[in-house]
Design a protein around this ligand. Structure first.
Ligand code: ADP
Ligand code: ZN
Length: 444
């Protein structure tokens, strides 16, 4: 593949060929793959079979793409309820990798990949990087976290598949990130947009002028950001900042990417079939109308997903893109229809925080999460009321409780949070839905 590739800047990467399929051919391919994946889900996953049977939705009843609306939805709690391996459609002997992401409570959601799935994932990441104008000869600093999260390894395999040079630096240690970026002549970086903002700031403090470095592209995702933030990043670092989208349940990063036009994210629809629905009724809405994004995986083997509700709000862009790709675009994601928030690239549900807090004796079920951005880095403070006994006790026991809570939160969420203990009745009571999260982070 790489041998015949024209790897000059602006050159075409052969892995990107499906981006340009004639639309009819693409729809045809989607339908054939859809029929296959629904059949696979029905035959191998009890939950899907039960749901389809309940609705009388037979896999062989799928005659057109529009028939997909007969299929049942899948939601995040389905992954929790079948934890850990209940949605696998392949025997463990065929599973070569597991990843995990935050669930709605203390347990993560677990996903599986066969070797074929890994190859598909690599190919969509190669296509993502190629759409950002990256190629062989680029030096890519991968500052997404390596480990159970999909970000690190997803971008890593994609960068290698592209034939670029990957630096698997993972997240954190900003001074070292900046040293490596400068000394190794890095030309592209992958991380969350908020972390890159932090790196810009830190570089300034260290006297490193980012604008004078060879760095020319950033592939930023895993959290919502705005065009205003993009302009800020591009102005302060002289790079082009691309939005990349993905989610663990579908494959990880590489579900959608911006091209050089930077006007919406192309979806790799030959592998992930998108729908937009009204989040309240579940009914499909026409292209151009905002709603909740739903995906069906078209080629996943180990863990097919049928009409997975992402909770991300966006719209399909009906117009053709100037770049010539035929795969459709969606608007960048600005918000979600649930209460999940993302801090330093990690998903957090208030329900997880609640479960962690209440597992520790001495706390009351009144809490609030305050998010702030200091020096470009997201900070999270959890304020929690504690019983009068604890509060009137010695300072020592307050400190002890604070330590316990911090530890519990860190082990549950995988990120650090400041804990502030407050007296009973300090946190404002709401008349209706409790406002658990106060987000003071500025998007720009
Ligand atoms: P990751 O954080 O590695 O992308 P997760 O499965 O942990 O994968 O989180 C997926 C969620 O992260 C998405 O459903 C979406 O809410 C958010 N997300 C990912 N990429 C973006 C992006 N580019 N813009 C906005 N939100 C994003
Ligand atoms: Zn385009």
């Amino acid at each position: 593949m790489i041998e015949q590739w024209n790897d000059s800047p602006g050159g075409f990467h052969p892995a990107s060929a499906p981006d340009y399929l004639p639309v009819e051919q693409l729809r045809d391919l989607q339908l054939r793959r859809l029929q296959g994946v629904v059949r696979r889900a029905y035959d191998h996953v009890a939950l899907f079979r039960r749901r389809m049977d309940e609705r009388g939705a037979r896999p062989d009843g799928l005659k057109s793409l529009a028939d997909i609306t007969r299929m049942p939805f899948t939601v995040k709690t389905d992954l929790r309820d079948t934890y850990p391996f209940g949605l696998f459609a392949s025997p463990i002997q065929e599973v070569v990798r597991l990843h995990a992401s935050s669930g709605t409570t203390g347990k993560p959601i677990v996903v599986a990949y066969t070797q074929e799935d890994i190859n598909v994932w690599t190919s969509v990441m190669v296509r993502s990087f190629a759409a950002c104008g990256l190629h062989r000869g680029d030096i890519i600093q991968n500052a997404y976290g390596y480990g159970l999260f999909t970000g690190g390894l997803g971008a890593h395999y994609g960068a290698e598949g592209l034939g670029a040079t990957v630096i698997p630096i993972s997240g954190g240690n900003s001074d070292r990130q900046i040293m490596v970026m400068k000394d190794f002549g890095v030309t592209a970086i992958c991380c969350t947009p908020s972390y890159f903002l932090h790196l810009i700031e830190r570089a300034g403090e260290l006297g490193v002028d980012m604008k004078s470095l060879p760095l020319r592209a950033g592939v930023f995702g895993a959290e919502p950001w705005t065009d205003a933030m993009r302009r800020r990043i591009e102005a302060e670092s002289s790079i082009k900042a691309y939005d990349i989208y993905g989610l663990t349940e579908i494959i990880g990063p590489g579900v959608g990417i911006e091209c050089a036009e930077q006007s919406g994210l192309h979806l790799f629809e030959d592998h992930f079939y998108p729908e937009i629905i009204d989040p309240d009724t579940g009914a499909p809405v026409p292209d151009g109308t905002e709603g909740e994004l739903v995906f069906t995986t078209l080629s996943k083997k180990a863990m097919p997903m049928i009409r997975y509700r992402t909770r991300d709000i966006t719209a399909i862009i009906p117009e053709k893109c100037q770049c010539g790709r035929t795969i459709r675009r969606m608007r960048r994601i600005g918000r979600r229809s649930d209460d999940m928030f993302i801090i330093r690239g990690v998903n957090v549900f208030p329900s997880q925080v609640e479960a962690a807090l209440l597992a520790v004796e001495g706390t009351l079920p009144h809490y609030q999460i305050v998010l702030a951005r200091e020096k470009g880095l997201d900070q999270m403070e959890v304020q929690v009321e504690v019983t009068t006994e604890v509060f009137s006790d010695k300072v020592r026991s307050l400190e002890l409780l604070q330590g316990q809570l911090s530890h519990k939160l860190e082990t549950t969420l995988g990120i650090r949070a400041e804990v502030r203990l407050v007296e009973p009745h300090t946190i404002e009571r709401s008349q209706g839905k409790a406002k658990r999260v106060i987000d003071n982070r500025k998007m720009q």
